[in-house]
Ligand binder design. Structure first.
Ligand code: FAD
Length: 702
């Protein structure tokens, strides 16, 4: 046999088992084996819930790959690209350049990535649960919440800190819910400001039963035990959104919680997304021997592969048990190919299922037997202890578990200080971004959607919208500048996405970037002047006057997003207003085009140097007109329209039907409002003069 190079991508169950088996079967003279893994350790996923629940130490649930596979070359690198036709893989080298390496055989075992993007706001406001980093971050966050609840004097806020939601009732969700429940309830005795009754831990599952993989008897047992331990289980309930306040459910209600963990949603690894080979739900479809169809030397195993099990002719499930077995058998098939023997189809008789449910209980289905309760729990621990890669690790985990049976869990929260922090946040219509009087902690830049500035009504409960802000605007800057609490309340009017900068990041960025500093200073000045402070009568008059009094009709000429630059310029030069509305196919407002857009167009043309004049003329409006202008709704007050125009320095603003319906109704002009206000003022001082001025105004057509 000639010297062969086998490259394995991945560092999980499948990759490690494959590398170990290959090394046992083939001598170093026969073949070189290289494992490329993003991390230098293999995560033992079934124990991640124990890490998050602080019942074992993190290093007990991970093992260093190079120590597990002696004689195998291990490279801690992220593979960026697989070039199947060229027979090589590419990764970034120390200098940040792409470097390639060839292979004789390639085993793709890169698993799957978690995908919180399946639910709006989830990636901003929930914890994923897939890696060791996720488990550690979650554990620290949970303990932080206990500390915050202890220090909190407001009972409502305290309950918020003590509310936890776990989404997904599969194995990982159930195990995690059990562990989190144990950690929190066992720890209550160390805190004096709250009791067990203040705690709420909820498992949200979209189907009518948790643990769909196990038998109905065991499922029922698990459900009853979890409920008895104080866990709330919401079945047939779908999470529709996540916000800083908790989880929005499909029926429109909000479950308030300071901690949301999402255990559902996976997506294929980016390196296989671009491979032009047969796939099923993003996974690589293999032949029965785990080779990619049509390739002699490329194999796929584990969660990234779609393999049919010859035992039952069904697709192999994405579990650690199967990944390990696939890893072993793919190694044996490669050895067979190297020795000129025929390969074998993947065949595995599943051993059973084990799931811990907290409270020293588990459910198990092994070799046809069903067991539940404390015996199953000891079995669960025993099986996983034996599956651990070395005796040293087994002894360490065993000691942790024994310790946990006798002594309380460790409540130390050790995280790197994240004082410099920029993140994103998602809000549903009606959610408050902050309320007047909240301590000023963050600066927000609106990326998408509209928010309302709300002022509380004197002598009455509740808020009134005062002005509307949209994409490109920012909020919270005045309070941060003056180190105060927020002066107004801000509420999402539509779905809103914002970039959030905490106080430290804000001071540093605004302090060092002159243009940003100037824009923020200008905004602070504008808002601080409190637009209506010196004009209370005008403010009151506008509050009472319906917006329809000022509504100008939609101009007869409008544009569509796919109109060309040439069409826009021709129409704009004819327009008496100096602007044109851009409406989509359903006649909803898409954008507004004005002279400033021609500057944008000029920049785009500059960027596209070398384009033919015809191509430039045919450039579509959507390439240079900014979409989603700030609007008012026909049900807003005239005061909201006037304040919004003043906030943005506008001379007119489009009016749409409502917050949720962007069909254009017309537009509001500032000069028309000013004239009306002038009339009101004069009428109050001298009704006769007012009437004659009004008549003159009408005669002039104003
Ligand atoms: C919380 C949780 C609990 C679970 N509990 C159980 C259980 O109790 N029983 C069970 O059987 N299964 C369980 N599973 C499922 C099981 O862990 C997976 O099915 C199994 O890990 C899949 O193994 P794998 O080798 O295919 O992928 P993984 O174990 O996910 O490993 C993939 C590896 O590839 C690496 N990688 C990815 N992309 C690249 C790249 N571009 N370059 C280099 N390296 C890369 C990753 O860093 C990782 O090391 C659980 C999963 C989770 C998340």
């Amino acid at each position: 046999m000639s010297h062969t190079k086998i490259v394995i991508i991945g560092g999980g169950f499948a990759a490690v088992k494959c590398a170990r088996t290959l090394r046992n079967r083939l001598s170093p003279d026969e073949c070189e084996i290289v494992v490329y893994s993003r991390e230098n350790h293999m995560v033992f996923h079934p124990l991640l819930a124990d890490v998050a629940g602080a019942s074992i130490h993190p290093d007990s649930a991970a093992a260093t790959i190079r120590q597990m596979v002696p004689g195998v070359e291990c490279s801690t690198k992220t593979v960026e690209r697989i070039d199947i036709s060229g027979g090589q893989i590419e990764f970034q080298n120390e200098q940040g350049q792409l470097e390639g390496t060839n292979y004789d055989h390639l085993v793709i075992a890169c698993g799957a990535e978690s995908n919180l993007g399946i639910i709006p706001g989830m990636s901003d406001h929930s914890f994923p649960f897939k890696t060791m980093r996720d488990a550690l971050a979650l554990r620290s966050h949970i303990i932080d919440q206990l500390e915050s609840a202890e220090a909190c004097s407001d009972p409502k806020r305290r309950k918020f800190h003590l509310s936890f939601v776990i989404i997904g009732g599969g194995f990982s969700g159930v195990e995690l819910a059990g562990e989190v429940n144990d950690l929190i309830r066992d720890s209550v005795r160390f805190y004096s400001n709250f009791s067990e009754n203040d705690i709420s831990i909820t498992l949200v599952h979209s189907q009518s039963q948790i643990l769909p993989e196990v038998s109905p008897t065991l499922r029922d047992f698990a459900l009853k035990k979890m409920q008895r331990a104080g866990l709330k289980v919401l079945l047939s309930t779908r999470a529709a959104a996540a916000t800083p306040e908790g989880v929005g459910l499909q029926d429109g209600s909000l479950m308030r919680a300071a901690t949301v963990v999402c255990t559902i949603g996976t997506t294929p690894s980016p390196i296989i997304q671009h491979l032009e080979v047969k796939k099923e739900r993003g996974r690589l479809v293999t032949d029965s021997d785990m080779r990619l169809n049509g390739f002699r030397n490329v194999w796929a195993v584990g969660d990234c592969a779609y393999i049919t099990n010859a035992f039952d002719d069904k697709p192999a499930p994405t579990t650690g048990q199967f990944a390990e077995r696939e890893g072993r058998q793919v190694a044996e098939n490669i050895v067979r190919v190297l020795r000129g023997q025929p390969t074998r189809p993947f065949y595995f008789r599943p051993l059973g299922q084990l799931c811990s449910i907290g409270g020293h209980r588990a459910v198990a289905e092994m070799f046809g037997f069903r067991i539940s309760g404390i015996l199953a729990w000891f079995m669960w621990r025993g099986v996983y202890l034996l599956k651990l890669p070395s005796w040293a690790r087994r002894m360490r985990v065993g000691t942790d578990w024994a310790w946990d049976l006798i002594f309380p869990r460790d409540l130390g929260a050790f995280t790197a200080n994240q004082s410099q922090h920029v993140s994103r946040a998602y809000y549903r219509p009606g959610d408050f971004i902050y309320r007047k009087g909240d301590p000023a902690s963050s600066f927000y830049a609106i990326e998408q959607g509209e928010v309302e500035i709300l002022r509380s009504i004197e002598g009455a409960e509740g808020y009134k919208p005062f002005a509307i802000l949209g994409p490109g605007d920012f909020i919270g800057e005045a309070a941060l500048h003056h180190s105060e609490s927020y002066l107004t309340s801000i509420r999402a009017r539509t779905v809103v996405r914002v970039v959030v900068m905490n106080r430290d990041a804000f001071s540093q960025h605004v302090g060092t970037m002159a243009p940003l500093r100037d824009i923020v200073a200008e905004s602070v000045k504008r808002r601080a002047e409190n637009l209506w402070l010196h004009f209370p009568a005008a403010k009151e008059a506008l509050r009472r006057e319906p917006l329809s009094s000022f509504l100008d009709p939609i101009p007869s000429e409008t544009l569509r997003p796919d109109n060309t630059l040439e069409q826009a310029v021709t129409l704009l030069t004819k327009s008496s207003n100096g602007f044109l509305f851009v409406l989509d196919d359903q006649q909803r407002l898409w954008g507004v085009s004005n002279g400033a857009d021609l500057t944008n167009a000029a920049q785009v043309i500059d960027y596209k140097q070398g384009e033919s004049p015809q191509n430039v003329k045919n450039m579509q409006l959507r390439e240079f007109v900014s979409a989603e202008p700030v609007t008012v709704s026909s049900d807003d007050s005239s005061l909201v329209a006037a304040s919004t125009m003043l906030e943005h320095g506008l001379t007119w603003i489009p009016a749409v039907v409502s917050k949720n319906d962007r069909h254009l109704k017309g537009y509001i002009r500032m000069d028309k409002m000013s004239y009306w206000l002038l009339q009101q003022a004069v009428e109050q001082t001298n009704p006769l003069v007012a009437r004659s001025q009004a008549a003159a105004g009408l005669a002039n057509g104003t």
